[in-house]
Design a protein around this ligand. Structure first.
Ligand code: SAH
Length: 394
């Protein structure tokens, strides 16, 4: 049974430019009664085929899988898309390195697979569905993954309890689709990390900060480092290797602090340069002294939706003012936003305002974004979500 979604007149423009979403407001009528997650064909008002993709109830009604009428969405399709993504990771030197087995294999729209994320941690793949469609075909995708990665993974962990639309009644359960190893240590650029895919945030680790952590390492020598919002301590471990004089990690979650301590212990056992504190960021920034000359601010997304934008920008401003006020002269600030709803310009304005409020002289050294294994589909610029600035504060 093929379902046909017919668009309102003129609503095919964004699809002509290969944007991978159909909004519910663009739809004139539907022929047939697709269940959430089924594949539908999309037609213009003139009855011309334009795309096919996963159907879902909500503001994004169709997530496009293909713009070709003849391309079937079958096991060969999943294999082709996964193979293309894997070949790209190999060709850019992220996969297949001796010192790195932590990377993102599938980044949703960025890999022409809207609704799907797969991160690789050593011999375990952690798979996350963000759409009903990807949830329904999870086993087919797991089979394709095995074939494409030919023996380089043993375990596939499915982790979608918090990422699927609640109303779709899918009742996803987190668990292994294959294997079940408890060996959870993976390597990123020669450093070891415990990955908590069972209970951790996202797929267990923030793979997207790899290149930025690596840059930080080059600035760490001899500095006193504050890693605010440390989660698993990624930036802290790189700062230690970079030769920091001391590293303080702060996160409001006791579990995050526990993970950070474990990861430091794994790489730098009994090294007394590191200390971690379970405390609220704003409280810590208020009570701390002016001993730090390298500060990292990597907060959770302050704006999950566009409506929250104003408050989010205020949040970024307040947070950054505190860092500007306390950082030592000659200090370096790594400041980030991972909110998709906050544009590069918005974020820069918030940080700019914070700098002006503190009265410090500030220069931009680097403008950072997400790494190459989190590619942005050029037809879907919304996919660029991570923004960072490295600032020199006089
Ligand atoms: N920098 C990390 C990722 C940070 S994720 C990395 O490279 O892996 C954001 C973290 O902020 C989470 O661990 C969360 O527990 C923490 N957090 C959220 N609100 C906080 C607050 N008010 N104060 C301190 N930490 C907070």
């Amino acid at each position: 049974m093929t379902y046909r979604v017919i668009l309102k007149r003129g609503k095919e423009e964004s699809l002509k430019r290969f944007h991978p979403w159909v909004f519910s407001g663009a739809i004139a009528r539907i022929e047939g009664e697709p269940e959430e997650g089924e594949v539908v064909d999309v037609f213009t008002a003139q009855n011309e085929f334009i795309a096919k993709g996963h159907w879902q109830i909500g503001s994004i009604a169709v997530r496009v899988l293909s713009f070709k009428a003849e391309e079937a969405i079958d096991s060969e399709f999943w294999k082709r898309r996964l193979a293309t993504a894997y070949a790209m990771r190999q060709s850019i030197g992220v996969a297949g390195r001796a010192d790195n087995n932590t990377y993102r294999l599938i980044h949703g729209e960025g890999d022409n697979l809207p609704g799907l994320v797969i991160d690789i941690y050593a011999r375990t793949a952690v798979m996350q569905a963000h759409s009903a469609g990807m949830h329904l075909v999870r086993k087919e995708i797991a089979d394709a993954l095995n074939e494409v990665m030919k023996g380089s993974i043993d375990n596939i962990y499915y982790k979608s309890e918090t990422t699927l639309p609640f109303k779709a009644d899918l009742f996803p359960e987190n668990g292994f689709l294959q294997g079940g190893s408890h060996d959870n240590v993976a390597m990123e650029y020669g450093l070891k990390f415990h990955i908590d895919w069972l209970k951790g945030q996202k797929t267990g680790f923030f793979v997207d900060q790899r290149e930025n952590r690596s840059l930080l390492e080059h600035y760490a020598k001899g500095r006193s480092v504050l890693n605010m919002f440390c989660y698993t301590g990624g930036f802290s471990v790189y700062a230690m290797r970079g030769g920091a004089q001391l590293v303080h990690s702060v996160d409001s979650s006791a579990k995050a602090i526990d993970l950070t301590n474990k990861n430091i212990e794994l790489n730098f056992p009994e090294d007394t340069r590191h200390e971690a504190f379970a405390e609220d960021a704003f409280k810590y920034l208020d009570r701390m002294g002016d001993q730090y000359d390298l500060i990292i601010l990597d907060p959770p997304a302050f704006a999950k939706h566009r409506d929250a934008l104003r408050n989010a920008l205020q949040g970024y401003r307040k947070l950054n003012v505190k860092a500007f006020e306390k950082i030592k002269p000659g200090g370096i600030l790594f400041t980030f936003s991972c909110s998709q709803a906050v544009s590069k310009e918005n974020f820069r304005t918030a940080v700019f305002t914070a700098a002006a409020m503190s009265g410090r002289s500030v220069r931009i050294l680097h403008q950072l974004t997400q790494p190459a294994d989190h590619p942005v589909n050029i037809y879907h610029p919304e996919g660029e979500y991570l923004k960072g600035l490295v600032l020199y504060v006089e």
